[in-house]
Design a protein around this ligand. Structure first.
Ligand code: SAJ
Length: 428
């Protein structure tokens, strides 16, 4: 299929880099978002999200004239839906954005077009939900237009590199649709393009993220066991990983973000009778923030009126994304326990969390702190200097939940460092 114009719906973490990359590879791209603030920001050369290299890429794409940002779709050879699929309170998939994006394409859909769904979705969404909406155009899926599910697989923090290098699974509703999808993505993807059917591709995406969730859950459960048995989990994992067939992931404060903490629920929803392990892993990871706060309480005692400085609110290191962040849950649990929490998130100084004071600088967060809690392993926190901190912070107690501090250096500066998964022998 010869593709010269593409319309990308959803200018978020996936849609914007994808649209810009296509534009830089010579396609005429219309980037669409329903949020007028996002449209305006991008049209004015700004950026509403942070991702290494993205600002330069988007600006170059706009300057090239190949990328246009708009609040509504236009006719194009191909359409890509890259909108969020959150879940409702009861953990059921909320497909309203996907359905609305498909409906928005209908007036512009023409014979011979290709439509791609990239949003993570429950099995059969492409065939049972998206196809019927697109057929409201009067065109027949497979006969008149191509439709494929092509899951995004990029890791936030490395999106631009992985977008090009990762292998892509291209799931067509029929063979011709998969081949049309391949014609589109081969314009910039250097990784292998593997063709399959749409429902297999949906399952593959959900399996990838569920596999990671289950593996993080077991790391978190190992950390709890290590705490009970007074074992240093970081040393134990390093030793276990010397086995040729063992690769345990890192325990932490829980699993956040818009992907791994959400997607496994789509499988649980689709087949509750078959997904005990997946559901349990989700619950283990969701309970990890409470474990972290209990750990602090066990070693620090009553948290009432305790001045706590928290470093990091994003869902993982070196991103600005606060969605489903376990760090925010930890902050809320600390405030519920009576602590006075001052939090600093260098990638989102505008962050707002109920009951928590957020600060513009590290120093502001530290100025009254008795306890410092590091929740996210941002690069900038790895180089924290205990001598400098001791000039600002009145307390000498640090809880390092992400194992980034060299405690021997901190000890020489008079700090006591608590590490998740490496508890001191007895409560302080
Ligand atoms: N985490 C741990 N321990 C670990 C690794 C991660 O506690 O050893 C935590 C992180 O701190 C974070 C959460 O898990 O809170 C998820 O982080 P992540 O880096 O594992 O994954 P995401 O959510 O940023 O991106 C994932 C990736 N999927 C897989 O690695 C299978 C990415 O490739 C997907 O494209 C992305 O989900 C997505 O959009 O679906």
């Amino acid at each position: 299929m010869n593709i010269r114009t593409v319309c990308v719906l959803g200018m978020g973490y996936i849609g914007l880099p994808t649209a810009s990359t296509f534009a830089m590879h010579g396609l005429q791209v219309i980037g669409v978002d329903i949020n007028p603030e996002i449209v305006q920001t991008l049209q004015n050369g700004g950026l509403h999200i942070q991702e290494p290299g993205l600002r330069t890429l988007v600006q170059a794409a706009l300057r090239s004239g190949n990328l246009i940002i708009s609040n509504q779709p236009q006719e194009a050879d191909a359409f890509i839906i890259a909108v969020p699929t959150p879940f409702y309170e009861d953990k059921k998939a909320d497909l309203r954005a996907v359905s609305a994006a498909a409906a928005a394409i209908v007036p512009y859909l023409r014979k011979g077009n290709l439509v791609i769904l990239e949003s993570t979705s429950p099995p059969r969404t492409t065939t049972d939900i998206v196809a019927p909406i697109l057929e409201q155009s009067g065109l027949k899926c497979g006969t008149d237009f191509h439709l494929a599910y092509v899951p995004e697989r990029v890791l936030p923090g490395q999106i631009l590199r992985e977008l090009i290098e990762n292998a892509r699974v291209i799931g067509g509703v029929d063979r011709a649709s998969a081949e049309a999808g391949r014609d589109l993505y081969r314009l910039f993807v250097r990784g292998e393009l593997i063709l399959t059917d749409a429902t297999t591709a949906e399952m593959v995406k959900l399996m990838e993220n569920t596999y990671r969730d289950v593996n993080i859950a077991i790391a978190n459960e190992f950390a709890r066991l290590a705490d009970r048995f007074q074992v240093n989990i970081w040393e134990a994992i390093a030793l276990a990983n010397r086995h040729p067939r063992v690769n345990i992931l890192q325990p932490g404060i829980g699993v956040g973000g818009h992907c791994i903490s959400v997607d496994p629920w789509f499988l649980v929803e689709a087949a509750p009778d078959l997904t005990q392990l997946i559901r349990t892993a989700r619950m283990v990871n969701d309970e990890q923030p409470a474990f972290v706060v209990d750990f602090i309480r066990r070693y620090v005692g009553d948290l009432q009126q305790l001045n706590v400085a928290v470093l990091g609110l994003s869902y993982k290191a070196d991103v600005d994304d606060l969605r489903e962040s376990p760090a925010i849950t930890v902050c809320k649990l600390l405030t519920q326990a009576g602590a006075k929490v001052c939090a600093f998130e260098p990638n989102r100084v505008d962050a707002q969390v109920d009951g928590v004071t957020t600060t513009q600088t590290l120093e502001e967060a530290l100025q009254d702190a008795t306890l410092l809690v590091i929740l996210v392993a941002h690069q900038t926190f790895r180089s924290l200097n205990p001598r400098e901190l001791s000039k600002v912070m009145p307390g000498r107690l640090v809880m390092d939940a992400v194992n980034i501090l060299d405690d021997s250096i901190w000890k020489t500066e008079g700090f006591t460092v608590l590490k998740l998964g490496n508890p001191p022998e007895k409560p302080l």
